[in-house]
Design a protein around this ligand. Structure first.
Ligand SMILES: [Zn+2]
Length: 96
């Protein structure tokens, strides 16, 4: 798949970028990215999302290397909202 043709990119006189691609070019671009990742040091940073759905993998480029979610906008925020609801429902007893 990585040998499939590259998307054609063109810039017109108004500096607008036009990208022409079909399914083969799109799949080829994904395959080339996968091959580059497999052969790089970043491959050791590939993680599976901590969401119960676990549908995504991501490259953890964080400094600590402890990222748990594919993205905070989706999975991370759902998890935080769930913990917040749980805390409101079952509050910790206050110290006496
Ligand atoms: Zn996720």
């Amino acid at each position: 798949m990585a040998r499939l043709p590259m998307p054609r990119v063109r810039i017109d006189e108004a500096a607008r970028l036009t990208r022409t691609e079909g399914i083969d070019e799109a799949l080829g671009a994904v395959a080339r990215d996968a091959v580059e990742l497999l052969g790089s040091a970043k491959f050791s940073r590939v993680r599976e999302c901590g969401s119960p759905d676990r549908t995504r993998r991501f490259v953890d480029l964080s400094h600590s290397g402890a990222r748990r979610w594919c993205g905070m906008a989706g999975c991370g925020n759902r998890r935080k909202a769930g913990r917040h609801r749980h805390r409101k429902k079952d509050p910790q007893p206050s110290p006496a």
